[in-house]
Write a protein that binds this ligand. Structure first.
Ligand code: DOR
Ligand code: ZN
Length: 346
């Protein structure tokens, strides 16, 4: 199979930033994806439907009139989020979920939830209103090893949460461990997970062996090879609980190369092509459309997209840098070749 046509995929986890930074990256996503779930971790964070709709207008202002790209907005959950905001999300088709950042877990998470107990009544209300919760699944305790933070989060926070509020729809974002794959696989149908291209392609050696590579630093951090393999198996299995979320997160090169290095990898430039390469390497191109275009839509209760994209098996070189609001950024797989090329969208 040397060309593949897919229902135009959706990116269920995307960081677009704002202003000139957003202007320089949004087209990469709009070309490849029909919808994207937009993360709210701006400074200050997006905490109300009103702010989310303003942000959505700013995104669409950078795109042509009829872009064929629908940004689905999210709100940043805080200790102070109120029920009225849950009601507003439940009633607005352009805002689809709340994002749970444990305070201090990652980039711009300072206003996140300080303890799950503080938001339990609100989460119960979200379950009643069937508003999904998108989880950054890492504990923040300084005493927990950074490579164990996802596993400990599952044990201490997620597993009890699913027991307590079985009816809450939860997306375990950017799963990075075999533990997460096993948990989500065994959990009720209301629990699903997204998987990024970088966690499918790299293990932690890519960041730490032969010299530290800050461009491979993201959160949750890259893990051991057994975890990468579990993610590849989950993504290619066709299991409807696993779907595409790039976690594409651009940072200017100076924020990556000067300590402390910001967490985040920019992959939107070649996201669907990179997923295709992974699926191809597993002889699983037949399950790519489920992962990229069907499973997430079904989980969120969205119609399948009507557009398509076509890719061809053809090597092309990912550039060393991309201009980013007057700065440069280093994209994922910079200077390397990608096996699949996007031909056109219809
Ligand atoms: O690597 C990451 N970058 N992980 C996150 O959770 C946030 C993101 C960002 O916003 O840069
Ligand atoms: Zn993210």
């Amino acid at each position: 199979m040397d060309t593949i046509t897919l229902i135009k995929p959706d990116d269920f986890h995307l960081h677009l930033r704002d202003g000139a930074e957003m202007a320089s990256v949004v087209h990469d996503s709009a070309r490849r994806f029909a919808r994207a779930v937009i993360m709210p971790n701006l400074v200050p964070p997006i905490v109300s439907v009103e702010q989310a709709l303003d942000y959505r207008r700013r995104i669409l202002a950078h795109l042509p009139q009829d872009p064929g790209f629908n940004p689905l907005m999210t709100l940043y959950l805080t200790d102070d989020t109120g029920r009225d905001e849950v009601d507003r999300v439940a009633e607005n088709e352009q805002v689809c979920a709340f994002k749970y950042y444990p305070a201090g877990a990652t980039t711009n998470s300072a206003s996140g939830v300080t303890a799950i107990g503080k938001v339990m009544p609100l989460l119960e209300y979200m379950a009643q209103r069937d508003v999904p919760l998108l989880v950054h699944g890492e504990v923040t305790d300084a005493g927990v090893d950074v490579f164990d933070r996802e596993k400990v989060f599952i044990e201490q926070v997620l597993s009890p949460l699913v027991e307590d509020i079985g009816s809450l729809r939860i997306v375990f974002e950017h799963a990075t461990t075999r533990d997460a794959v096993q948990f989500v696989t065994g959990a009720p149908a209301k629990v699903a997970a997204t998987i990024t291209p970088h966690h499918l392609m790299l293990n932690r050696n890519a960041m730490l062996s032969g010299g530290i590579n800050p461009h491979h630093y993201c959160l949750p951090i890259l893990k051991r090879e057994i975890h990468r393999q579990a993610l590849v198996d989950a993504a290619t299995s066709g299991n409807p609980k696993f779907f595409l979320g790039t976690d594409s997160a651009p940072h200017p090169v100076r924020s990556k190369e000067k300590p402390p290095c910001c967490a985040g990898i920019y992959n939107a430039y070649a996201a669907i092509e990179l997923y295709a390469s992974v699926f191809d390497s597993m002889d699983s191109l037949d399950t790519l459309e489920n992962f990229a275009s069907r499973n997430g839509a079904r989980f969120y209760g969205l119609p399948l997209n009507t557009q398509t994209i076509t890719m061809r098996r053809e090597r092309w070189r990912i550039p060393d840098t991309i201009s980013f609001a007057g700065n440069m950024l280093v994209p994922f797989r910079a200077g390397e070749s990608c096996q699949w090329k996007l031909l056109y969208e219809r």
